[in-house]
Design a protein around this ligand. Structure first.
Ligand SMILES: CC(C)(COP(=O)(O)OP(=O)(O)OC[C@H]1O[C@@H](n2cnc3c(N)ncnc32)[C@H](O)[C@@H]1OP(=O)(O)O)[C@@H](O)C(=O)NCCC(=O)NCCS
Length: 170
């Protein structure tokens, strides 16, 4: 995994259009890359962009804005690796204990995936989307509070990704 750059946007939009009924445009990816508090990560295998993870940081939580793996690379564990990488951001130092994701109700595979990686659907939001009548399934992954968290202060390291998604050769 590495920080995404504007040069990745064509690869992102290509994957996005293959993965979603209502894909983000290049302008939406660009806006999220620019938005302070938003982090855009690219997942690469052998130098090729095969997926991305875009999330927003707030004091108490990490909200997943977008996550996809190119169809030909799905079911090889890359999505799970991206989520595991994100879960490692939930440290006592930052005080963040929650990752959230909103899934369209028709995205059954996405919902199964989030359940498989330890999330639980905790709410259903009706009328969540402008373009369809679908509801959103609101998923949570939570860690227990760290009693020592108050003794430490967040550092810039808490915002800097340091782990690479490994190719498992499948
Ligand atoms: C959801 C998504 C990111 C998962 O990525 P992935 O790399 O294929 O997922 P993984 O291979 O790590 O799967 C982990 C587990 O999730 C479950 N899972 C993932 N995709 C599944 C599917 N299509 N059907 C059933 N279970 C699935 C399985 O339990 C899987 O473990 P297994 O392969 O050992 O059985 C990918 O399918 C995708 O990009 N989908 C389209 C975009 C999307 O829906 N994004 C999520 C909403 S933002």
């Amino acid at each position: 995994m590495r920080w995404a750059k504007p040069i990745d946007i064509p690869a992102f939009t290509e994957i996005e259009e293959l993965c979603f009924a209502y894909p983000w445009s290049a302008a939406e990816f660009k806006a999220h890359m620019k938005f302070r508090g938003c982090v855009s990560m690219a997942a690469e295998v052998d130098g090729k962009v095969i997926g991305y993870l875009i999330y927003q940081l707030s004091p108490s939580r990490i909200s997943i804005c977008n996550l996809a793996v190119a169809p030909e690379f799905q079911r090889h564990g890359y999505g799970r690796q991206m989520i595991e990488w994100l879960k490692r951001k939930l440290t006592g130092r930052t005080g963040r204990r929650l990752v959230t994701a909103d899934l369209r109700e028709r995205n059954v595979c996405g919902c199964i995936f989030f359940r498989a990686v330890g999330f639980r659907c905790v709410n259903i939001f009706h009328g969540f989307y402008d373009e369809t009548d679908e509801s959103a399934y609101h998923f949570h992954f939570k860690v227990k509070p760290n009693p020592n968290a108050a003794l430490t202060v967040p550092t810039s390291e808490d915002l800097i990704p340091e782990v690479e998604v490994e190719s498992d050769g499948q």
